[in-house]
Design a binder for this molecule. Structure first.
Ligand SMILES: *[C@@H]1O[C@H](CO)[C@@H](O)[C@H](O)[C@H]1NC(C)=O
Ligand SMILES: *[C@@H]1O[C@H](CO)[C@@H](O)[C@H](O)[C@H]1NC(C)=O
Ligand SMILES: *[C@@H]1O[C@H](CO)[C@@H](O)[C@H](O)[C@H]1NC(C)=O
Ligand SMILES: *[C@@H]1O[C@H](CO)[C@@H](O)[C@H](O)[C@H]1NC(C)=O
Ligand SMILES: *[C@@H]1O[C@H](CO)[C@@H](O)[C@H](O)[C@H]1NC(C)=O
Ligand SMILES: *[C@@H]1O[C@H](CO)[C@@H](O)[C@H](O)[C@H]1NC(C)=O
Length: 407
């Protein structure tokens, strides 16, 4: 382990003034099975189970968990210590990489009319006993998976948990519970030339919008599925492939967005419709995760980005210019169609609450896979990561919301 590669999201970076230098970095692992010793910190165990009534009240019709504000709360947060989680990703370990202002770990999401049930790792594990939860998607989804693993692993003895990484599939297992919390790399959900979990940099992205089977075999029969896919679709056009990669009679065409996104989601939805056990599987789609590359969006100076931001945005109606509502509407439509067909599927509507968190990104405090140049070092804004999220941090809230659905 430890080899690494980097990817320029070229079509994203090509949108003028929107996302410059967005870099997604990936660990390369050969197949490893790691059981890592870690002594748990008894002081920070989650509170006892919130009562069923409280949880029900929290999810009652009166309450919209996605509407509210961030409240500074250094008593109950963070929910785990970044340096204590053996499965932390160096891409998200902001404290380890030198961020000294840690207030980004201490903002609690406060829905307007209710409280978010406190995260209960034991209850999640109990719900997942003999079950499998799989996160499927891009690196934002992987960050949410790392968050979930860190949230639950702290209540499990070192010898009773394993992490297995095999190609696109990473699997955390709580042995006593026979519970799996997995992540599968499929940044566009359907097949594409970016499917290699290690080497997915490519001068031009090609998507096979009608093919999902090769990915789907890895999550068939799961009990809980959590999908996302947005960032890789930014751009005016997408190359769409009909036929197989490398086949002489395959056809590649430039198709204007958002049609390719719509086609891919349709393929995805048809797969769910045909293969999901409606009685068993709960499915979630995580809405767009916002980026903070344009400080003018929040009244900052043109040319600045999330670099050096240490507080959330207070403007309740704030919406970033890189959060494309028309793409979100496509997801919402596909999901409501699936609901109408009887699938248990919900949108985790985390966009607005995450929009406020310009302070929550790694910025320059993460592992850099390539040495930085003098020019970059002289201008930190140029290489700040304003797309991913530090952990502990914003994705813990996404999981807290997911947890309130699961338990
Ligand atoms: C998502 O939540 C925001 C904030 O409450 C709300 O404005 C928006 O309408 C919601 N979207 C959906 C599809 O529910
Ligand atoms: C928590 O935050 C409050 C308000 O900002 C501050 O007065 C207090 O010193 C903080 N406590 C700790 C332990 O950091
Ligand atoms: C262990 O969990 C898997 C799902 O991840 C399930 O298919 C299997 O039946 C479980 N084993 C037992 C003994 O229940
Ligand atoms: C890794 O995954 C492949 C299929 O993708 C499977 O054939 C192989 O057995 C797996 N290896 C291990 C060690 O689980
Ligand atoms: C990555 O994949 C591309 C083709 O998709 C290939 O040309 C290149 O050699 C690969 N790089 C590495 C380091 O494997
Ligand atoms: C709040 O945000 C909205 C949407 O981004 C913007 O139109 C409005 O001008 C902002 N208000 C203030 C006071 O900054």
């Amino acid at each position: 382990m430890g080899k690494h590669h980097q990817l320029q999201l070229s079509s994203v970076a090509s949108i003028p003034g929107v996302v410059h230098y967005l870099v997604i970095c990936i660990f390369v692992f050969t197949v490893i099975i790691a059981t890592i010793n870690w002594h748990r910190d008894d002081k920070k165990l989650p509170a006892p189970a919130s009562s069923a009534a409280a949880a029900a009240a929290a999810l009652g019709e009166e309450c919209n968990l996605f509407e509210g504000k961030w409240v500074f709360d250094n008593d109950s947060l963070p929910l785990y210590k970044g340096k204590g989680c053996p499965y932390m990703s160096d891409q998200l370990a902001c404290e380890k990489y030198g961020r000294t202002d840690l207030s980004y770990q201490k903002w609690r999401w406060q829905p307007r009319h209710c409280d978010l049930p406190r995260f209960n790792a034991m209850a999640v594990l109990e719900k997942l006993r003999n079950k499998r939860l799989v996160y499927v998607g891009d690196s934002l989804n992987r960050g949410q998976w790392v968050s979930m693993v860190c949230l639950v692993e702290q209540v499990i003895e070192p010898h009773l948990k394993t992490m297995t990484i095999n190609g696109s599939l990473s699997s955390f297992n709580a042995i006593e519970y026979n519970a799996s919390i997995d992540y599968y790399w499929a940044p566009m959900l359907v097949e594409s030339n970016s499917d290699d979990p290690v080497n997915h940099s490519s001068p031009e992205r090609i998507v096979r919008v009608e093919s999902i089977e090769r990915h789907a075999t890895h999550w068939t029969n799961s009990d809980v599925l959590v999908f996302d896919s947005y960032l890789w679709w930014l751009g005016d056009k997408m190359k769409v492939l009909w036929g197989s990669f490398g086949s002489p009679d395959a056809i590649v065409k430039d198709v204007d967005m958002p049609l390719p996104y719509e086609m891919a989601l349709k393929t995805w939805a048809e797969w769910l419709e045909l293969h999901i056990d409606r009685a068993k599987t709960q499915t979630y789609f995580v809405s767009l995760s916002p980026t903070h590359y344009r400080a003018e969006d929040w009244g900052g100076t043109k040319g600045q980005n999330c670099y050096s931001e240490i507080e959330p945005i207070e403007n309740a109606s704030y919406w970033g210019s890189n959060s494309i509502v028309s793409l979100m509407r496509i997801v919402e439509r596909v999901i409501s169609d699936l609901q109408a067909k009887g699938l248990k599927i919900s949108l985790l509507n985390i966009t607005q609450l995450s929009e406020y968190r310009k302070d929550g990104h790694p910025s320059i405090y993460r592992r850099q896979w390539e040495p930085l140049t003098k020019e970059q070092l002289g201008n930190p804004i140029s290489y700040a990561d304003c797309a991913h999220w530090c952990l502990p941090g914003v994705p813990d809230t996404w999981n807290q919301i997911l947890h309130s659905y699961i338990i």
